[in-house]
Design a binder for this molecule. Sequence first.
Ligand code: ZN
Length: 132
Amino acid sequence: MELEVKRLIAHGKYAGSFSFDYVPPENLCLVPLCKIGEVKVEGEYEIFDDDCVEIKLTVKYLLAGQCSYCLNEAKKEVSYLTEVLFVPEKDDENYYYDGNKINLKTAVDDAILMSQPHVLLCKEDCKGIDVT
Ligand SMILES: [Zn+2]
């Protein structure tokens, strides 16, 4: 999960795309009784003159487990796009990198966290467990 910025610059590849599969740690799933499957990560990068690197990051995965309301089986395809900026000088808003290589793990984990719904439902109008 690394982008070798220095090397890309040396090769004149100031823009491009990448993709890889990622198995996230289990504790990254915030939805109760659910699991995140393998995550497909896709990205497009652009390296600017000041070594800042803009990355459009997409994470796609299957969220599966039990319906948050009725506990029946449920699953949902999640796809989430975010734009992040890596900067070689630390600031409060962007991701920092050393000017050489970008490790994408933190940004990908953050994208997975932000992409998750609060609940997973078996169907949109699930009424929950029928107690009558
Ligand atoms: Zn349900």
